[in-house]
Design a protein around this ligand. Structure first.
Ligand SMILES: C[S@@+](CC[C@H](N)C(=O)[O-])C[C@H]1O[C@@H](n2cnc3c(N)ncnc32)[C@H](O)[C@@H]1O
Length: 423
């Protein structure tokens, strides 16, 4: 907290919040020092000295000395804010849950039906999970997973507040969402080659009885292993080490934070059987370059952006195995980076010939990006092909819609008879 000298009770002051940002040498810090932030609006002579985010004007309740003496309470009554939305914190708890428009559109695009079994692969804090459950009139099953114990507790809390009972939660790494059946993996890799897959993967007319379901599961498991082995091997080398480095950097910056369990009961899952969900939402972790206002931004590089893309593809591969033929996958991110959006769609359509882009309702966002882009290191990133752009939704934060940056793609899943290209 900082406050200019000579501020008295009843003064009109400008209020800014401090933004953590990279320091010139290294590390992170708050770029505000005493006396540099409280001198008024854009026209005032000190305006450019402020590194904080200006949020409005208010009237002081205490003098400067009083503000620093008080251990809690209100220091400034805000009179003019830069935005007029009132705080909804703790307002109508259990009745309303505020969400941004693209997130609401995502749950609708999935079009969940009563009685279906839905998987939300990266679900915390549960905004879309609960939206989906509400659209299903709380009938059926929404399986909500997240890799963080504490975040799974957040989903449980929100579901309880909203009185939803069709949501089951698990702690699970979405990269390992397909369960392994003992002994099958070896069989898959030794018996199966690209050329004999037609025989093993015919499940377009899947019978629904349990026994037959298991045999189709085994067939899919063959497919799963071949896909997963090749893709995971390719990505492992570039991703894992850097994620650890980033995690350490985060812990050094922020302390251990919420890594420790908060103590609630969270069930762990070992994964799910292939073809066992009617619809899947993959609201993927991403570079979050569409979020605004964004108080805490981390630096992204071309390499880190590409790593996000690799991570998302691996999760998408899992989703493809878990959804049943005839089902639906919705993929979404809150980033404007085409490498995590249109390029993921290209990968999906080029890799899995049984996937097709599906129209979305409602359609509020703009078209996707067509073409390709050569990155500085010579890598050519392929995006959408003509005709595909109107089937996805790209929310541009600079457009008149005034939303966060966001992307939604919806895939119809065909019969999985000829599943994998490019292997
Ligand atoms: C974009 S947020 C999801 C927001 C959520 N769908 C909602 O609408 O409330 C991404 C989530 O993915 C989770 N996550 C990241 N990597 C994961 C992984 N490997 N497995 C499962 N969850 C993961 C993060 O903990 C985070 O909660």
């Amino acid at each position: 907290m900082a406050c200019s000298a000579h501020v008295e009770e009843g003064d009109t002051v400008a209020v800014s919040v401090a933004i953590e940002q990279p320091l010139p040498d290294s590390g992170w810090g708050i770029g505000i020092t005493r006396g540099t932030i409280l001198q008024g609006l854009q026209r005032d002579p000190y305006h450019f000295e402020r590194n904080g985010l200006y949020i409005g004007q208010g009237r002081t309740v205490f003098s400067r000395a009083g503000i620093f003496r008080a251990s809690k309470g209100i220091a400034v009554n805000m009179t003019d804010r830069v935005f007029s939305l009132p705080s909804f914190h703790d307002v109508l708890e259990g009745e309303i849950f505020l969400q941004n428009l693209p997130s609401i559109a995502t749950a609708h695009a999935l079009d969940p039906q009563k009685g279906e079994r839905i998987l939300d692969m990266c679900a915390a804090p549960g905004g879309k999970t609960t939206g989906i459950a509400i659209l299903m009139k709380d009938e059926g099953e929404v399986v909500a997973v997240d890799r963080s114990h504490n975040k799974v507790l957040d989903i449980q809390k929100l579901a309880a507040e909203l009185g939803l009972t069709c949501i089951t939660t698990y702690k699970l790494d979405a990269l390992k969402a397909v369960c392994k059946i003992d002994g099958l993996s070896d069989m898959a890799t030794s018996n199966c080659s690209k050329n004999n897959m037609d025989m093993t993967l015919k499940n377009s007319d899947l019978p629904r009885s349990h026994e037959n379901r298991v045999s189709s599961v085994m067939a899919e498991e063959l497919n799963a292993n071949i896909t997963a082995v090749s893709i995971e091997k390719a990505n492992e080398r570039t991703y894992v080490g850097k994620a650890d480095i980033r995690k350490n950097e985060r812990i050094m910056r922020n302390g251990p934070g919420r890594n420790q369990s908060q103590g609630g009961r969270v069930e762990k899952s070992k994964g799910f059987l292939p073809n066992s969900f009617d619809r899947i939402l993959l609201d993927a972790p991403c570079s979050a370059l569409g979020l605004r206002p964004r108080l805490f931004a981390r630096e992204e590089t071309i390499e880190s952006l590409r790593n996000h893309g690799n991570y998302q593809r691996r999760m998408f591969d899992q989703a493809v195995q878990l959804v049943r033929p005839g089902g639906v996958i919705v993929y979404s991110t809150c980033t404007i980076n085409p490498g995590e959006n249109e390029a993921l769609v290209r990968y999906a359509l080029d890799t899995y010939s049984f996937l097709s882009l599906a129209p979305q309702h409602p359609r509020i966002g703009g078209p996707g990006l067509v073409g390709c882009c050569e990155l500085p290191d010579g890598y050519v990133e392929e995006w959408l092909r003509p005709g595909e752009e109107e089937l996805v939704q790209r929310f541009d934060p600079s457009s008149s819609l005034d939303t966060i940056g966001f992307f939604i793609a919806k895939f119809n899943v065909g019969s999985k008879t000829c599943p994998i290209q490019n292997l």
